[in-house]
Design a protein around this ligand. Structure first.
Ligand code: NAD
Length: 296
């Protein structure tokens, strides 16, 4: 075979540069706020000990302390009742010192995760999970948006590729990634197809992926997308985070896709690196809006 067919082609979209740029801007905002004697405070709540949450918490804590955001986690045992958790959230909702609140997922089965997320004060909802913030996103209004969706949009924009009018496929339709990013892409006037497990069951996933000039994948299925499905020159954003043995892999067959895409995110080091920066950014945005609301 001609060796040329085997060479890597795509630009690798590492998240680090975008993350550092966001953090630089956020740090400047924090310095200005500190001159007014206010500091952002992000509280996270965890129920039970999930190993993945431990990793997220550590990277959040590190980043928060690096840029001057107070960061704490309330760790509740896995047997905590829903009522006790809701009371904890209510207390945080009313605490004027705390600006941002996120509840780590997954929650134990006896707890209704939706009820818990929807009980978060929408002004402190730094993950954009409440109906108020989701509704505003749907209507194209300013709000606190889901961090992963924002990270995906930042990575796409960083390529300079025009979104307007493009054929875009989003694989995964969860409320936290697939649906919000599809909504954001629609706002940018892309033609968006949203795929999910039933698309695969009907054997139509390949068709939609092959059509995509911009492909966003957030399904949580390792190597769901074979490299040869990727359209020549496509922008490929892989948000999947899957543990396979000791490795972390995405949802796209990276080795195959890199030969066809024009841009592709690595896993790890792509979307995830930017997502946590948006959590910090949203915490500062939340604080600023709270100050505006307080001072009229
Ligand atoms: P989810 O389980 O809530 O949703 C998965 C979606 O993928 C669903 O819409 C489902 O229908 C679809 N899906 C599942 N199997 C499929 C298949 N075979 N074919 C087509 N579609 C299929 O998951 P989620 O919370 O949206 O997370 C998705 C992935 O993104 C996970 O790997 C998760 O770890 C990762 N994630 C990454 C970040 C980040 O910052 N990088 C943040 C959140 C989630």
């Amino acid at each position: 075979m001609n060796a040329l067919y085997n060479v890597q082609k795509a630009n690798i979209l590492y998240g680090k540069a975008i993350r550092d740029q966001i953090l630089k801007e956020v740090s400047e905002e924090i310095s200005e706020l500190k001159e007014q004697n206010v500091s952002p405070f992000l509280m996270t709540v965890e129920v039970g000990n999930d190993p993945a949450t431990a990793v997220y918490k550590e990277s959040q804590r590190k980043l928060a302390s690096q840029i001057g955001i107070n960061y704490e986690t309330i760790e509740l045992s896995k047997n905590t009742s829903q009522e006790r958790l809701l009371k904890t959230i209510d207390r945080i909702n009313r605490d004027p010192v705390i600006n941002g609140l996120m509840v780590h997922m997954p929650l134990p089965e006896h707890i209704d995760a939706r009820k818990v997320q929807w009980s978060i004060n929408s002004m402190k909802d730094v993950e954009g999970v409440t109906p108020y913030n989701m509704g505003k996103l749907f209507l194209g209004a300013e709000a606190l948006y889901p961090c992963t969706a924002e990270a995906i949009m930042a990575l796409i924009r960083s390529t300079g590729v025009e979104i307007k009018g493009k054929e875009v496929t989003v694989v995964g339709s969860s409320s936290i990634v697939g649906k919000p990013v599809a909504t954001m892409l629609l706002k940018e006037e892309a033609t968006v197809s949203i795929c999910h497990y039933a698309t695969s069951q009907r054997g139509m996933l390949e068709h939609h992926v092959r059509n995509a000039e911009i492909l966003v994948v957030a399904a949580g299925v390792p190597n769901l997308i074979p490299g040869d499905w990727i359209r020549e020159g496509a922008v490929v954003i892989d948000a999947g985070i899957n543990r396979v043995g000791k490795d972390i892999v995405g949802d796209v067959d990276f080795e195959g896709a890199v030969k066809k895409a024009s841009y592709i995110t690595p896993v790890p080091g792509g979307v995830g690196a930017v997502t946590v920066a948006y959590l910090m950014k949203n915490t500062v945005t939340a604080l600023k809006r709270q100050l505006e609301a307080r001072h009229g």
